[in-house]
Design a protein around this ligand. Structure first.
Ligand SMILES: C[S@@+](CC[C@H](N)C(=O)[O-])C[C@H]1O[C@@H](n2cnc3c(N)ncnc32)[C@H](O)[C@@H]1O
Length: 397
């Protein structure tokens, strides 16, 4: 009997993931991005500024495109990446050659042995990997040992609520004996088409566009090893590896205001809770996080927290989040999230250019008619609202 980690490695040789593409420039120009990419998310990674340039970036368990993409979008930084799957690395190499990525070094390796790399990194990416290890905490601890003192980890692990139905199907498919093969994929597709409309997996299946690819069917439904996390379990994982949680890469699923207004029973119940309890309760009330993407740092690092009730708020520098764009008069969109706003709200969103402080954005002739106190309170609360929706990122003074 093969050990589970061998089965996992074998799966990614036969069904390298994600489904690869061959032209990074084209994909990036269409908005393709890696969550946590320093070129896009620097204010989330380092709210008080980057520690150094060039950055030393590690991509642990890079899959087919992630390492090449990060090297492409961060050409002045040095990227090292590894994976257990030779098939995945072969595709990364293809992209490397095609786009002349001389800042990327790729090699075959196991995450559990990352500690032996003999080098430390300013950014460590590990997305979609830890939940496939027999001991995710040991994997994260191995990465912790090579994180620079002021470095940051970009992590992504599955979220439990949205995947409940996926685990029911994994269980059924295991009992039926469906194999990781072309026939197995066909059988899964046929069964999915016959599921009752009230099945717990239906929402997931409808939303997961990637399921058109065979690799994603195998990765989602026929995986020999994966587990998912609730918000408190995310905190336990981070703590167990000797690290500290810093922030979510996208706040949207975790704060109440993404789903319920201030005059609701839910607002009255969850708003008084401290942040970690608030996020945990919202996750259970909303079932909105199919995965958790977040950053983590050493416990000794300067963990900067964004607090709009602090005196610092007027010196915060808001950046529009990657992908937030105007979709009409008084309308913005970011992925499938939509935002409607009044004229003055639109004015301040347009002002979030990543250069000016909140104070500078609102100290303009266009807003002079609004009394100063009123203007300040509006800007403070509206930027807090946008930040909790994940539509702006905040750099701290
Ligand atoms: C779901 S894919 C994610 C790929 C990539 N990180 C991304 O986000 O697109 C998981 C990857 O982790 C790799 N992997 C699994 N276990 C590993 C281990 N112990 N060490 C290194 N890589 C591993 C697999 O080969 C696969 O390429």
């Amino acid at each position: 009997m093969e050990d589970v980690s061998q089965l996992v490695a074998k799966q990614y040789e036969a069904f390298a993931y994600p489904a690869p593409f061959t032209n990074l420039a084209e994909q990036v120009s269409k908005g393709y991005q890696q969550i946590g990419d320093p070129a896009l998310y620097a204010p989330v990674l380092w709210p008080r500024g980057r520690p150094r340039r060039p950055l030393r970036i590690l991509v642990a368990g890079c899959g087919t495109v992630q390492a090449a993409c990060i090297a492409y979008t961060n050409p002045k930084d040095d990227v090292v990446a590894f994976d257990v799957s030779e098939a995945s690395l072969a595709h990364e190499r293809l992209l490397q050659e095609r786009h002349g990525l001389s800042n990327l070094r790729l090699f075959r390796g196991d995450l559990l042995e990352a500690g032996s790399l003999g080098q430390s990194f300013d950014v460590i990416f590990c997305t979609g990997v830890l939940h496939h290890l027999g001991d995710p905490t040991a994997g994260l601890a191995a990465l912790q040992s090579i994180l620079a003192a002021d470095g940051v980890m970009v992590l992504m692990i599955y979220g439990q609520t949205v995947r409940t139905g996926v685990y029911m199907l994994q269980d059924a498919f295991r009992r039926i004996g469906i194999r990781q093969s072309a026939e197995g994929v066909t059988q899964v597709r046929r069964i999915l088409a016959e599921l009752p409309s009230r099945h717990f997996a239906q929402d997931y299946v409808r939303a997961a566009d990637e399921l058109k690819h065979d690799e994603a069917i195998v990765d989602t439904f026929l995986h020999p090893q994966d587990r998912a996390y609730t918000v408190p379990q995310v905190m336990e994982l981070v703590d167990g590896a000797g690290l500290a949680f810093q922030n979510w890469l996208d706040n949207f699923p975790y704060w109440r205001n993404g789903a319920w207004g201030p005059d609701t029973a839910i607002a009255a119940a969850v708003d008084p809770l401290p942040p970690k309890e608030h996020w945990a309760a919202v996750e259970m009330l909303r079932q909105s996080a199919g995965y958790h993407a977040f950053t983590s740092r050493h416990r000794t690092a300067d963990l900067a927290t964004v607090d709009f009730d602090s005196d610092e708020w007027s010196n915060f520098v808001p950046h529009r989040a990657p992908g937030l764009s105007r979709s009409g008069q008084g309308q913005f969109k970011r992925g499938h999230y939509e935002l409607r706003c009044s004229e003055i709200e639109q004015f301040v969103i347009d002002g979030a250019d990543g250069e000016r402080t909140i104070c500078e954005i609102i100290e303009v002739p266009a807003l002079e008619e609004i009394p100063r106190d009123e203007r300040n309170e509006f800007a403070r609360r509206y930027f807090e609202h946008l930040w909790k929706l994940g539509h702006v990122m905040i750099a701290l003074p």
